[in-house]
Design a protein. Structure first.
Length: 449
């Protein structure tokens, strides 16, 4: 480990020609995440039929191929992707499974349509392993994981089935997650909505909703799961009865004992809910540098950017760069910018000042949420001395965060919590009740003359 007062060592930021150490870190990191999920603490494979998936943001494009490859080396079963339109991912999964070279085009601001194809992340499994003197690894076929794009409308689902570049009649798409606007994290914007500086909270209407039974007609026989306030036992029954395959649940598991959320942040949230306070979730139109609305838990305790004073006093920096975007300078040179970086830097790169208003560094904040806040030593302008600065978090949860109140139990040490198993038991309770009623009805039929 490291001292809490010491910074983490930084990796280079992603670019079109990433250094070898960055490629290796991405592949190894994703391999480890999946391998650990598939094995017990003693290293033996977990028994049963459980599946392991990874969830990636389409907007974080540059590390995508390396992340997919690392997870596939560990046998990942599902790849789930949202925050964008991932039409090229099915073809990349096909290629990686067969050890073939692949590429992913990256949008570059200022590039002409003729030059667009020049900008891509390229990866060759054979070339990668040749550098380690183990080229045979690239020749071994890998399990091709099922690909589940996250969509917010039937129109997008239909478009993906037509435009995706994978093999087979559904073009490499193996199912869908339909995520509605009450889900945590990034949300699809409402129909017709466009971000403007100082925008109010986006308003969603009937056109932004998707009905379970109607989606069944669009899915063309593919499985699908609903998300966004579907972490309720009655909602699971609703989806299954409507022809779906289940629900995707984020908030309840994020607040469970086993989640990777920083324990102190988690306990602050659970203690507030246990006290009877109804927590509010704000759909922030400006927080994310991606331009997508982003759910922010409005909690006024702890080290979080949701507290105005903490946001205002945080020294801006772009030192991770996952959400920065490439652009061409006037002389045609490739560069990178992010509206959450220091304002003067962004403006000097040709960015609009208004685009920086309210932007938050999700890269650092989400690392802090997971218990890995970066530590910086900032020079005090008045004294000249360096002071320790610990990056604050920014908690994102779904609108129904207060739903977990019914699961909360107070422990002997006074803390509050519930387990992932408690969540599963709760979600299945409605089905089990209906199954029990059905069983009793069948028995009554047999008893009737």
């Amino acid at each position: 480990g490291k001292s809490p007062h010491k910074p983490y060592r930084s990796l280079p930021m992603w670019s079109f020609q990433p250094p070898r150490q960055l490629e290796e870190a991405a592949i190894l990191g994703n391999y480890c995440e999946v391998w650990l999920a598939k094995h017990d603490d003693d290293g033996t494979p977990i028994e049963g039929n459980g599946k392991v998936g990874i969830n990636r943001l389409t907007k974080v494009a540059m590390p995508t191929i390396h992340s997919l490859y690392g997870s596939m080396l560990a046998g990942v079963d599902y790849v789930i992707m949202g925050a964008g339109i991932p039409t090229k991912i099915p073809g990349i999964l096909d290629a990686l499974a067969e050890g073939r070279d692949c590429s992913l085009s990256i949008e570059v601001a200022g590039a002409s349509d003729e030059d667009a194809d020049k900008y891509a992340m390229n990866f060759s499994p054979q070339a990668f392993w040749a550098e380690t003197d183990t080229p045979d690894i690239a020749r071994e076929p890998l399990q091709r994981p099922d690909f589940l794009p996250i969509v917010s409308s039937t129109t997008l689902a239909q478009s993906l089935i037509k435009r995706a570049n994978g093999a087979g009649p559904t073009r490499g798409i193996n199912g869908f997650v339909i995520e509605l606007n009450t889900a945590g994290g990034h949300n699809a914007p409402p129909r017709g909505w466009k971000y403007e500086p100082n925008s109010e909270e986006p308003k969603y209407g009937e056109k932004d909703m998707v009905e379970v039974q109607k989606f069944a007609k669009v899915a063309k026989g593919l499985p699908y799961w609903f998300a966004g306030s579907y972490g309720r036992k009655e909602k699971l029954s609703e989806v299954l009865e409507g022809g779906g395959n289940g629900v995707q649940v984020g908030t309840l598991f994020a607040l469970s004992d086993e989640s990777g959320m920083d324990p102190s942040i988690k306990q602050q949230i659970l203690s507030e809910i246990a006290s009877g306070k109804h927590l509010q979730v704000y759909t922030d139109p400006a927080a994310s540098p991606t331009g997508f609305p982003f759910k922010v838990l409005q909690i006024d305790v702890g080290n979080t950017l949701a507290v105005p004073e903490i946001y205002d006093t945080r020294p801006r920096v772009c030192n991770l760069g996952y959400l920065r975007v490439p652009y061409l300078e006037e002389d045609g040179k490739l560069a990178y910018k992010c509206p959450s970086e220091p304002v003067e830097d962004y403006v000097a790169k040709g960015g609009d000042f208004e685009a920086t208003i309210g932007r938050k560094c999700l890269c650092n904040a989400l690392c802090a949420d997971a218990g890995f806040p970066q530590v910086r030593h900032i020079k005090d302008e008045e004294t000249g001395e360096k002071k320790e600065f610990v990056e604050p978090g920014l908690v994102t949860v779904g609108d129904d965060v207060n739903q977990c109140a019914s699961l909360l139990k107070q422990r002997e040490d006074g803390t509050w919590g519930f387990s992932a198993a408690d969540v599963v038991d709760y979600l299945l309770a409605d089905l089990e009740e209906k199954e029990e009623v059905g069983s009793v009805q069948e028995q009554l039929k047999e008893l009737r003359p």
